[in-house]
Design a protein around this ligand. Structure first.
Ligand SMILES: C[S@@+](CC[C@H](N)C(=O)[O-])C[C@H]1O[C@@H](n2cnc3c(N)ncnc32)[C@H](O)[C@@H]1O
Length: 490
């Protein structure tokens, strides 16, 4: 399938951009409009559920649903309904720019995706197309965007920016130096259009990895690189495949990242990685990074199973039902031949100064974490890596979303309870605690400083503070690293 031309996108004027955004806002073409479509047969791959979405959304008779059909679900929509949703003038502009075309019956279709995302609207290509199709915001983009700081630092580099989504979210949140790089010139053109549409200032450059910004440094490098395993003899999709295992591209990119960071700069990368018991991802990354001055943290959630992956990536486009069974088998056999039985879906955080830790933490899902959780964890790990004196002076709290519960199967208080840290969201995992850990966590978080907690715990044990200090500080450091404890904020 050939990709639609994008040369006419350059014709959009600032006034037209303002009018288009105002109209999209007025008719409510936003996350809620998409949520309606996403609530239909959720969990099924789009290629399977789109006919249901095409059937149901017109029943709403709402302009926002018409725009969702047109721009999010690749449906044909009567042109009069597009004029109703956009106004006749803006519908004509959409035709002029090529955002919309009319089919033989006169109905409107969009050859693009044009999705509301975090208060923006991002133009991209449908990913049922291979080759140079440009990826816009999807569920994984949403995961990494949620990890961006609320107030971004002065410079942010989005590597493999696709439609520019992450760089534009950073620019929209006030980053004055947002830059996106993509090897696909079509992606760079679309990202520039998306910036113009929002009147945002962000620089988009075409080139391989960091080449276009050689010699520059950034406070934050963010990336969702291509990370899907590529079976042999399959067509290229530049946004998708990261090597035969999938994670090769990301590992190599991460290894090249430290020289691009300012002295306090961090990097945040989302990827799928095959679980290799003999070579855990964080250790492979450490080996690839050598003695680069960054610490490595991997937040790893369970990924898709090889079966789901084989079905999902073969069903991206059901244009040919004939080839689907063979595609699924080829994908599955590829993973089996590599000995991959499991994937993790992970976020990698690189942070200075290095030489402190290389850590992997299991999280329920990447979606359960946000930028505030990461910021709190970074503060916690800084404290844990610092001096005993600073730790004794600190005031700590259970991580937000984490509660310490005492559970008994019966109301009989003579029955020994089970103690748990139960987590609804955030980095800390739910787990059982020993009675001693429970008591210590209570002592540390209930009173003033960690030093006060040491004294309280010593009294509980009938010991002196000096006797228990070393043990308590080791315990606190472990629980700061596991995100059970966070530094109290005034
Ligand atoms: C998975 S998409 C991510 C798109 C976007 N950042 C997002 O999160 O929605 C990966 C992007 O990396 C780009 N890419 C692939 N190889 C690259 C390379 N060597 N240098 C720069 N970009 C590359 C692809 O063109 C694609 O746009």
């Amino acid at each position: 399938m050939t990709l639609p031309p994008i040369d006419r996108l350059a014709l959009l004027t600032p006034d037209q951009a303002d009018a288009l955004r105002a109209r999209l806002t007025a008719v409510g073409y936003d996350a809620d409009a998409i949520a309606r479509g996403e609530s239909i047969a959720p969990g099924l791959f789009d290629a399977l559920r789109l006919p249901l979405v095409h059937d149901a959304l017109p029943l709403d008779d709402a302009p926002a649903s018409d725009l969702a059909l047109l721009f999010a679900y690749s449906a044909a929509v009567p042109f009069a309904r597009v004029e109703r949703a956009l106004t006749p003038a803006l519908a004509a502009l959409a035709l002029d720019l090529g955002l919309v075309v009319r089919d033989a019956r006169g109905d409107a279709r969009s050859p693009f995706l044009f999705m509301p995302f975090m208060g923006l609207w991002i133009l991209s290509d449908p990913l049922s197309q291979d080759g140079d199709a440009v990826m816009g915001p999807g569920p994984t983009t949403d995961e990494i965007a949620r990890l961006l700081p609320r107030t971004p630092p002065p410079s942010v580099l989005d590597v493999g920016c696709g439609a520019g989504t992450l760089a534009l979210v950073a620019a929209d949140r006030g980053c004055p130096g947002a830059v996106g790089i993509d090897i696909n010139p079509r992606a760079v053109e679309m990202a520039r259009f998306n910036a113009r549409l929002h009147g945002l200032s962000a620089e988009f450059l075409a080139g391989d990895l960091f080449a276009p910004v050689a010699g520059r440094r950034f406070d934050l490098v963010v990336s969702q690189p291509p990370f899907v395993a590529r079976p042999p003899a399959i067509g290229e999709a530049v946004f998708l495949y990261g090597g035969e295992y999938g994670d090769e591209f990301a590992v190599s990119m991460i290894a090249q990242t430290p020289p691009m960071l300012t002295p306090s700069g961090r990097a945040l990368i989302l990827l799928d990685a095959p679980v290799r018991p003999e070579a855990a991802l964080h250790l492979r990354l450490r080996a690839a990074l050598g003695d680069a001055p960054v610490d490595v943290a991997v937040f790893a959630a369970p990924g898709m199973s090889p079966d789901h992956m084989s079905v999902g990536y073969s069903a991206r486009s059901l244009a040919s039902l004939e080839s689907y069974p063979a595609d699924v088998r080829r994908y599955r056999r590829h993973l089996r031949a590599l000995g991959v039985a499991e994937f993790s879906h992970a976020v990698v955080l690189l942070l200075p100064p290095g030489g402190r830790f290389t850590i992997s933490l299991n999280v329920r899902s990447i979606r359960a974490i946000d930028g505030d959780d990461l910021a709190r964890w970074c503060d916690a790990i800084d404290l844990a890596s610092g001096s005993d004196a600073a730790l004794l002076d600190a005031t700590l709290r259970p991580a937000p979303g984490l509660v310490f519960v005492e559970e008994r199967a019966t109301p009989d208080r003579s029955v020994v309870p089970t103690w748990r840290a139960r987590s609804e969201r955030g980095i800390a995992a739910s787990r059982e605690l020993s009675e001693a850990s429970w008591a210590l966590l209570e002592a540390i978080t209930a009173v003033g400083t960690v030093g006060d907690g040491v004294a309280a715990y010593a009294e509980m044990c009938g010991a002196t503070a000096a006797d228990v200090r070393g043990q308590v500080l080791a315990f606190v450091r472990e629980h700061l690293a596991k995100a059970t404890l966070v530094v109290a904020r005034e």
